[in-house]
Design a protein. Structure first.
Length: 116
């Protein structure tokens, strides 16, 4: 088993809303994140692994509060998003079973996992 910080579907939506509402540089449109688009029947079906890239402190070149810039692994691919650092800090490490989800990628590429 491998442990990763992960976003549940509801927290993925929250991160997307934070990216837009706070005017961060890297945004995801929350309306594009639907259960159907993600291939989910239930919201708690999968976890989205997340990789911290950096703590970012600018919006459009202007200094601002520190926030997380991270890569989220989704059915749409590896997406870069800025969202509140407090959300990233609140995420627990989740043990993942290593099985691929709905995205067909080579075996050495991390993608969606089922929660054990």
């Amino acid at each position: 088993m491998i442990g990763y910080k992960c976003l549940s579907y509801p927290k993925l939506k929250l991160a997307a809303w934070q990216s837009v509402n706070n005017g961060y540089n890297r945004q995801m449109d929350p309306d594009d994140i639907t259960k159907e688009h993600c291939g989910l029947e239930k919201e708690d079906e999968v976890m989205f692994p997340i990789e911290m890239y950096m703590i970012h402190r600018h919006k459009n070149g202007v200094p601002c509060e520190a926030h997380a810039r991270a890569f989220i692994i989704t059915p749409m691919g590896k997406l870069c998003i800025d969202f509140k650092k407090e959300l990233f800090d609140s995420l627990e490490v989740t043990e993942l079973d290593g099985r691929h989800g709905t995205v067909e990628l080579p075996e050495d590429v991390i993608t969606l996992f089922s929660v054990k």
